[in-house]
Write a protein that binds this ligand. Structure first.
Ligand code: ATP
Length: 371
């Protein structure tokens, strides 16, 4: 399922040059994006980056200052929220406390004058989908947070929107329930086949759930890609540091051949080999990013065959259960983060605070990031 790679597939939602300012401040700054039918798409970014503002414009709760929005060729901007083929599920769920689960879900259909029989059938179907059939007569206050979340989801799905918008749908749940619900939500999305567009500030959540992610910063989209593309090839320093953790090195390019390049880096203590050509000229100050799990750490008596290797000493060790995180200080004083899987009591893979170690990585383990 990669419709975005197929030029013959038309996007479902087209977002073109959307601008929204509040008192002269650009909350959404010239955003263009295509979203395809059946995607679970996430808008990811820190607080205030404009992701909710963008989502609210899709729903029709806000009007852009300029730009175009269309679904399957239908211009959305002149349409009020209730005439748009989208539905929004709110962070607060916005359930009616005095109504039963069933009536909460049926509310929109009743208001639209849908025939009674059809309402009953559609409500029963979504209740089954979110596994709440046995709670149909309860009030929202008699439900757990996770169940309330599923009622809100059922209520948004029962109207069969072409696109469902979700604003931080899991933020009210505790960590454990949140993780379980992430898979549940993706399963439901796949069963109904509706496009989901989710706003989140949680990078792990976006990585777990999405077909693609748009990373936003200061009102702009800084990168769009699959979770793996964004993690493995972050285009700039913001994305590299926002998604996961990264070690950064900087230095002038001193060699650039067809299959490898070299950077001279004082912080590393010499040359860094990169396993591919770099798209800059000699002398260009280049930033490299290396993920902590791609860095190898070894005992001083273990020879290390990696092209990029140095000597340092362990400053801190954090035990995370499934892995260990080492902070290693290089001679320059630069601190490197390296993670290693917890391999149990293998003495050669355990390092203690203060211990001198070899540290290194393969030339193809780093990526070039824009400053
Ligand atoms: P969060 O995760 O904190 O909700 P966000 O990325 O969703 O952040 P937005 O709510 O889209 O951010 O807000 C983007 C910017 O626009 C912020 O600086 C915010 O203060 C501003 N903003 C949003 N709504 C309004 C409004 N109605 N009036 C004035 N400024 C607003």
């Amino acid at each position: 399922f990669r419709p975005w790679t197929d030029a013959s597939v038309e996007p479902q939602l087209k977002i073109e040059n959307i601008v929204k300012t509040f008192d002269g401040f650009p909350a959404v700054d010239n955003v263009s994006l295509n979203i395809y039918r059946g995607e679970f798409f996430s808008l990811l970014g820190g607080s205030g980056c404009g992701k909710t503002t963008l989502l609210r414009m899709f729903a029709g709760f806000l009007t852009p200052d300029s730009g175009h929005l269309s679904i399957d060729g239908l211009d959305l901007i002149p349409l009020p929220p209730y005439e748009r083929p989208v539905n929004m599920m709110f962070q607060s769920y916005a359930l009616f406390p005095h109504m039963s689960v069933e009536s909460n879900i049926a509310f929109g259909l009743r208001r639209d004058g849908t025939p009674k029989d059809e309402i009953a059938e559609r409500v029963a179907k979504v209740l089954d989908l979110v596994q709440l059939s046995q709670f149909a007569n309860r009030k929202p206050t008699q439900l757990s947070g996770g169940q309330r979340q599923r009622v809100a989801l059922a209520r948004s799905l029962v109207k069969r929107p072409n696109i469902l918008l979700l604003d931080e749908p899991l933020s009210a749940l505790d960590k454990k329930l949140r993780e379980a619900t992430q898979y549940e939500l993706v399963n439901i999305q796949q069963q109904v086949g509706i496009t989901f567009i989710m706003v989140t500030h949680d990078q792990e959540e976006a990585m777990t759930m999405s077909t693609r992610i748009a990373v936003m910063d200061k009102g702009k989209i800084v990168q769009v890609g699959t979770p793996a593309e964004i993690y493995e090839y972050p285009q700039n320093r913001f994305v590299a540091t926002f998604i996961g953790s990264v070690n950064l090195f900087e230095g002038p390019l001193i060699e650039n051949l067809s299959d490898h390049a070299t950077i001279d880096c004082d912080e590393w203590g010499g040359k860094i080999q990169v396993g591919r050509a770099i798209g800059y000229g000699l002398g260009h100050v280049t930033t490299l990013g290396i993920r902590p799990e791609k860095i190898r750490i070894a005992k001083m008596h273990d020879p290390m065959a990696l092209a990029n290797r140095a000597v340092g000493h362990v400053k801190d060790v954090a035990y995370l259960g499934n892995s260990l995180v080492y902070h290693v200080v290089l001679e320059s004083g630069k601190i490197l983060k390296a993670t290693a899987p917890n391999l149990g009591s293998t003495p050669d893979r355990q390092f203690v605070r203060g211990e001198p170690v070899h540290i290194g990585w393969a030339p193809n383990a780093c990526v070039v990031v824009e400053p």
